[in-house]
Design a protein around this ligand. Structure first.
Ligand SMILES: Nc1nc2c(c(=O)[nH]1)N[C@@H](CN(C=O)c1ccc(C(=O)N[C@@H](CCC(=O)O)C(=O)O)cc1)CN2
Length: 289
């Protein structure tokens, strides 16, 4: 524990700055990039995220195409919609909001998206490009984490990074990005031996496990930078209020860490800002700009 509290990394402000830079760039492109977002079903959190995506897309000066489909939509219908969007010249980016209803195979849907329009960066072609160091569309959440880290530290070369979580959406691409930035990278997970000791090695600790407040203060190396990707809504307390917490026990962690992302207001807002960034990247690449 240290006398001073960790610096709070303000993802909300950084995301606003990124959106402002995109809004300034878009009029000079000579064309208007378009983003199509597909939502299947009525998951309340997904509805909010999709609404925010559409609103922010328009705010930065791009075209937004929203496709809201009922929960009983068949897999074949979703695949047909993706095929139509692949062929639509006004659409530069396609995002299918996750999670999908259980009767739809998400991997099959993601595989159908044209890799050049895959602004989520989830298609195996983009995952492979990222892994081999080629130009790729990079998953938005880890890209946002990298931007925050580089803004804070400049070069990350030589730093010891530990990522807790091995998902295709966050853990694995985060590891590739940090490796590319010359960090020494460990991916830890639920079966890792002595997780607290592994975490204590980290100059950069990325928590992406989806378990509320699992990473405790005494798992953190004094002065480390902690990036909390978790967004967990706790059940309502006695007063009826529900609270959003990360995968890190924030009150403990901020007495040990050097810098930390809060939840909310840390990594979350970067996800949508990076989606807009990826759409502009995809739009330029499709036109050879
Ligand atoms: N196709 C995708 N599906 C999902 C992704 C994704 O990147 N692509 N990520 C998440 C959800 N998500 C965007 O889709 C997302 C999550 C959280 C936030 C955010 O700004 N969170 C706020 C808090 C919001 C709240 O109050 O609930 C914060 O952390 O400050 C934005 C986007 C799963 N699906």
């Amino acid at each position: 524990m240290t006398d001073t509290l960790a610096r709070r990394i303000d993802g909300k402000a950084f995301a606003a700055g990124l959106r402002a830079r995109l809004a300034a760039e878009i009029p000079s492109l000579g064309f208007q990039p378009g983003l199509a977002v597909v939502l299947v079903g009525e998951d309340p959190a997904s509805q909010v995220y999709v609404r925010n995506k559409a609103q922010q897309t328009v705010e930065v000066g791009m075209r937004s195409f929203e496709h809201k489909l009922p929960a009983e939509t068949t897999e074949a219908e979703v695949l047909a919609l993706v095929a139509t969007l692949n062929a639509d010249p006004a659409v530069d980016g396609i995002l299918v909001q996750l999670p999908l209803p259980k009767h739809i195979d998400a991997d099959k849907v993601l595989l159908t998206i044209d890799p050049a329009k895959d602004v989520d960066g989830f298609h195996p072609v983009n995952a492979g490009r990222l892994a081999t160091g080629a130009n790729a569309l990079v998953p938005c959440t880890p890209l946002g984490c990298l931007m925050l880290l580089q803004d804070l530290h400049g070069s990350l070369a030589g730093m010891e990074a530990v990522i807790v979580g091995r998902s295709n959406i966050v853990g694995k691409p985060m590891a590739q990005l940090l490796l590319k930035a010359d960090c020494t990278v460990t991916i830890a997970h639920s079966r890792s031996r002595d997780l607290p000791a592994l975490c204590r090695r980290a100059d950069i600790l990325v928590a992406a496990v989806g378990r509320p407040e699992m990473i405790r203060g005494d798992w953190i190396k004094p002065g480390a930078t902690v990036i909390d990707v978790g967004i967990n809504r706790l059940p309502p307390d006695a007063s009826g209020k529900s609270r959003l917490v990360g995968d890190v026990a924030f009150a403990e962690a901020e007495t040990v860490a050097g810098a930390i992302t809060p939840v909310p207001g840390g990594v979350g807002p970067m996800t949508i800002a990076c989606l807009l960034h990826n759409t502009v990247t995809a739009a330029k690449a499709r036109r050879g700009v």
